[in-house]
Design a protein around this ligand. Sequence first.
Ligand code: G3P
Ligand code: CA
Length: 277
Amino acid sequence: MGKERALYVAVLAIACLFVLVGYNNQTKIRIAPKEMISVAHRGASAYAPENTRAAFQKGVDLQADYLECDVHLSKDDELIVMHDDKVDRTTDGKGYVRDKTLAELRTLNAGKLFGEDFVGEPIMTLQELVDEFYSEVGLVIEIKNPETYPGIEEKVAHVLERYDDLSGIIIQSFDVDSLKKIHSLLPDVEIAILIRPTDSFMSQQRIEEYTAFANYINFNVSFTNKRMVDLVHEHGGKVLVWSKKDRRLIWKAQKYGVDGIISDFSEKPEEMYLAKE
Ligand code: G3P
Ligand code: CA
């Protein structure tokens, strides 16, 4: 190889290296940057069975600002931390949460999704979650299907009323009426309205109505855009975005200028630590 050609190859190789390093740096930011709120969706559910003590502890270990959980009511009116209204997908049982007592739910293995490593992981109540974790991390409590559980708002309020400082609590739901009720019961607690993909493009009037009592309007990241986020901000609201599948969650979150992300923490833990330092 002539000198000139060797120099050309060397320059080309260095250029390629720069491009690769640049690409890596751009795509490596997969978790919430320091200035964004980081919420562990159903706990750090990429690492441990969703909505269990193990997933919540993992969220704390990974320095989430908040742990997100979902709640239903059991047959004997206990607030149960679980995503689905049935136990089938996440436990070794069958049937609706509302048809089982807490004692019956306690016999189920909620570690099913992660197999052998989490056999025997129990279902938690909201009371246990708040008692065990609220002293060290914020909580985002999602009320699921409130129309199925008359009085669930009062039950949630009752669990929280024992705490003097509720500034680390956010209550969210897709059901606006239920959130209005929570707001009247717990006026100091932050409220987040979850927006369904089909309702993503909201009128100014709707945003005004929502931000009159809610602190956050939260979207699936695939069904919002910068204009919508700007509009919420202009009305004094904040925005969290979530996604289970969109690999560009962080990239979009930054581009849209949202206040935080709700994710399974399915990125490398060492990068999460780096971002929080
Ligand atoms: O926090 C947003 C998210 O939890 C809403 O969806 O189905 O995971 O409860 P889902
Ligand atoms: Ca949820």
